[in-house]
Design a protein around this ligand. Structure first.
Ligand SMILES: [Zn+2]
Ligand SMILES: [Zn+2]
Length: 184
């Protein structure tokens, strides 16, 4: 893939979308911006259809990115395989009331600038939406030890014994000690 396909240059002018629409597939796409690390380049399909100033976009997207686990801070691969439907409108037409109505109809609405639809930006948006709010390398990630910083998925650390003792356990120890003292 040629490297000059930047986030903004790969796309189409709205006026260049033919009346019958525009459909194509793509492969080996990995330029999703500096903050998204792609581990499996994306393939997929896009099709665009004009409806006045709006452009209806349907597409599929398949690949994988690297995320960092919120709990253990390790990197892990997050596969993405999705299809999407959205309406693109010129940002200059942004009208809050209309957007509210559209969201009631459960349509995804996004915007384009300067009569140009940048495909990479569009795909980047879909990938961002697919990233979970809480990132976990696995459902039962044990996280890192708060004391020594060891990744507990790799095995227990030596601090574990101390972490387990609760204030009640300590209290119990104290009580039994004072009992012994009374008795003795
Ligand atoms: Zn984790
Ligand atoms: Zn530890």
């Amino acid at each position: 893939m040629e490297k000059d396909r930047s986030l903004t240059s790969w796309g189409v002018s709205v006026e260049d979308i033919p009346p019958e629409g525009l459909s194509f597939t793509f492969e080996e796409f990995s330029d999703l911006g500096e903050d998204i690390v792609v581990s499996k380049p994306f393939s997929g399909a896009l099709s665009l259809n004009k409806r006045g100033i709006e452009v209806k976009v349907t597409g599929t997207l398949k690949g994988a990115i690297v995320l960092i686990c919120d709990r253990c801070l390790a990197e892990y691969e997050f596969p993405i395989d999705l299809s999407f439907n959205l309406i693109l409108r010129p940002r200059s037409s942004l009208n809050i009331e209309e957007t509210k109505e559209l969201s009631l109809e459960e349509l995804d609405v996004s915007f384009y600038d300067d009569d140009f639809i940048a495909f990479a930006e569009l795909l980047r948006e879909e990938v961002m939406l697919a990233i979970p709010y809480k990132t976990l390398c696995r459902e039962d990630c044990k996280g890192i030890c708060q004391v020594c910083g060891k990744n507990l998925n790799e095995g227990p650390c030596n601090c574990r014994v101390f972490k387990k003792s609760s204030p009640f356990a300590i209290l119990k120890d104290l009580l039994s000690t004072s009992k012994e003292m009374e008795g003795g």
